[in-house]
Ligand binder design. Structure first.
Ligand SMILES: Cc1cc2nc3c(=O)[nH]c(=O)nc-3n(C[C@H](O)[C@H](O)[C@H](O)COP(=O)(O)OP(=O)(O)OC[C@H]3O[C@@H](n4cnc5c(N)ncnc54)[C@H](O)[C@@H]3O)c2cc1C
Length: 309
């Protein structure tokens, strides 16, 4: 029988909605159970009405971007999972400021910037995900991070839409306050006027380097752990002899030891077992506590967790 909240949300929403939507195909590592309800809001009004109804009925909601940094529980995510369509919200360009839809892929930022003759966004070319997800994670590479570009983001909550200045987002190493503030619907970035040809060349070199050093053809969620100060998580995982080590369908990549690869049929429980093994060995043998960069989402059992060390 359909839960009353699902019926009520179903009758209220104008956008696309799917009950029991499988989430594994919506994550880059292809793991995870279903969402009770997956929603693609039609417009800002639809989104705010959804968030308000969730608040009124005590239904949790989760902002899903491209799923490129997520480990979704095998039991899936309870409540509403919201995924913005790529063209959500109006885009604009004024001087060196671009306003872009948070539902658009990272390639949209790079392509729009270059088409307008701007530089500074090239680092985002090799980072999979949506612009909302890139802002929420303050995603970046050695070539730059979102913090360098963001001036403000538009956030939707149950009370409506509003812009929040970048300085109020606590943008740090692969983190921000964005998911806690609400759902990011648009981002505003400030770009520069540099040597476009040189920037394109640097971007191509970075992409080639990634292809050679990361398992890009396989299902992964990118880096599992943040790099500890002055070191690399991949080096430490290799040092504790786990490069290529598998549990169930999940394996520490033989190409880049900080990437977990889904070899086929991996579960979130397999991935957590790998994560806990690496953390405990690295702590025991090197005295370093690895902190996860990947975000966990959904209904994990009490024993399915990142163990406290
Ligand atoms: C092959 C590969 C390479 C990668 N390389 C890099 C890299 O070089 N640098 C790097 O930083 N990352 C890298 N990543 C990780 C990933 O690409 C980034 O973290 C990216 O920012 C994730 O964006 P997403 O849209 O997929 O977010 P998701 O994975 O869907 O979500 C991540 C978090 O952001 C939140 N979120 C997503 N969208 C919104 C929104 N609209 N509003 C509010 N919160 C939101 C989610 O709730 C969640 O907490 C890599 C991943 C892969 C698979």
């Amino acid at each position: 029988m359909t839960a009353p909240w699902l019926r009520e949300l179903g009758s209220l929403l104008r956008g696309e909605r799917t009950e029991g939507a499988p989430l594994a195909p919506r994550t880059s590592i292809r793991i995870g159970g279903p969402a009770d309800l997956l929603v693609r809001p039609a417009d800002a009004g639809d989104l705010v009405a959804l968030l308000a109804a969730c608040r009124r009925m005590g239904v949790p909601w989760f902002a899903l971007g491209g799923g490129a940094n997520l480990l979704v529980a095998d039991r899936g995510i309870r409540g509403a999972v919201v995924r913005l369509p790529p063209g959500f919200g109006e885009e604009s360009a004024r001087d060196d400021l671009l306003v872009l839809s948070a539902g658009a892929p990272s390639s949209h930022l790079v392509a729009t910037a270059q088409a307008a003759g701007f530089t500074g966004a090239e680092f985002a070319a090799g980072i999979p995900g949506t612009l909302g997800g890139l802002a929420a994670m303050n995603a970046g590479t050695r070539g730059g991070e979102m913090k360098d570009l963001l001036t403000r983001v538009e956030i939707a909550t149950a009370d409506g839409l509003g812009w929040v200045e970048a300085r109020d987002l606590s943008l740090g190493y692969r983190q921000s306050r964005i998911p806690a503030l609400g759902l990011c619907t648009r981002i505003e970035v400030r770009l520069g006027r540099g040597d476009l040809a040189a920037a394109r060349e640097a971007m191509r070199a970075d992409l080639a380097k990634r292809r050679a050093t990361q398992p890009l053809a396989e299902p992964t969620f990118g880096s599992t752990f943040r790099n500890p100060p002055g070191d690399h998580a991949g080096r430490l995982i290799e040092a504790v002899r786990l490069k290529g080590h598998a549990i169930g369908g999940a394996m520490w990549s033989t190409v880049h030891a900080n990437f977990v690869v889904n070899r086929g049929g991996a579960t979130a429980a397999d991935v957590l077992a790998l994560v806990n093994l690496a953390r405990s060995r690295v702590k025991a043998e090197h005295g370093v506590l690895l902190e996860p960069e990947v975000r966990l989402a959904g209904e994990f059992l009490a024993e399915e967790r990142i163990e406290a060390l």
